[in-house]
Design a binder for this molecule. Structure first.
Ligand code: ADE
Length: 248
């Protein structure tokens, strides 16, 4: 998958994306990251990329010209080969809230362009004409879109086939199944007088699977009961939840 990022701060990348699992995905080329410096398309000798808002008010707005030129570069430059159907995603608190479902929708793409916005926003004409999707990583405002872009890329990259080692490890993630993850334990079996649940030492995989599923259901009921309404539950799972007081 090819991911282009348009940013005023390309030196922030790959940053945390350069380490560990995602770092290896970048090294191996399963995920390709292309950075496009908005400043390269700034106007005049000072390479201006922003200006005050028409109508007044504090803060600066990213200008249409440099942004449009950066999108064009991403499309025609390093990787796109002139494709005009590549999604252009603006990181913006006004966007669709990022969830695992949103991540999985984007993880199926072969290429995308991400705009890490700054300041008070971008010229609305670019948003209308060139931006195809807007994504928010949550209901709070950050100074810029670089950290949101990294969060988005990290979440997408780990869903790209071949990025996670064990094929199953992504499937068990919180949210991937629609439920929160079950508790996990590792050695030692007794730590500070506290033993791990005995069933996990039993070697009985069917019973372990059942216990884990029950724990997932319990944890989701306790912490995020709203999620239960969007999961396909088996009859025994519904019964299990009802016994715990779930009212569907
Ligand atoms: N830019 C600033 N805040 C943001 C947020 N919460 N999500 C996405 N992009 C942003």
């Amino acid at each position: 998958m090819k991911i282009h990022v348009i940013t005023l701060f390309p030196d922030l990348f790959p940053g945390p994306l350069g380490e560990s699992i995602i770092g290896r995905a970048l090294d191996s080329g399963v995920v390709e990251l292309y950075l496009h410096n908005l400043r390269d398309h700034g106007e005049g000798p000072h390479k201006v990329v922003d200006d005050t808002a028409f109508g007044g008010g504090p803060g600066m707005v990213l200008k249409a010209g440099p942004l449009a030129a950066s999108i064009e570069e991403a499309r025609h430059g390093t990787a796109g080969g002139g494709r005009s159907d590549v999604p252009v995603v603006l990181m913006d608190p006004q966007g669709e809230r990022l969830t695992q479902q949103v991540v999985d929708r984007f993880a199926g793409l072969d290429e995308m362009i991400i705009i890490a916005g700054r300041y008070e926003g971008i010229d609305e004409r670019v948003r209308q004409r060139l931006v195809t999707h807007e994504v928010s990583i949550g209901d709070y405002v950050l100074t810029g879109g670089e950290l949101p872009a990294m969060v988005f890329i990290e979440a997408i990259a780990r869903r790209v086939p071949g990025v996670l080692g064990g094929e199953d490890s992504g499937k068990a993630d919180s949210f991937a199944s629609g439920l929160l993850q079950h508790p996990q334990y590792t050695r030692p079996a007794v730590w500070e007088d506290e033993a791990v649940p005995e069933i996990l030492l039993s070697g009985d995989h069917a019973r372990v699977d059942r216990w884990r599923r029950e724990q997932s259901l319990l944890r989701t009921l306790q912490r995020r009961p709203d999620l239960l309404n969007s999961v396909d539950l088996l009859e025994w799972e519904r019964e299990f939840l009802r016994e715990l007081g779930w009212q569907s």
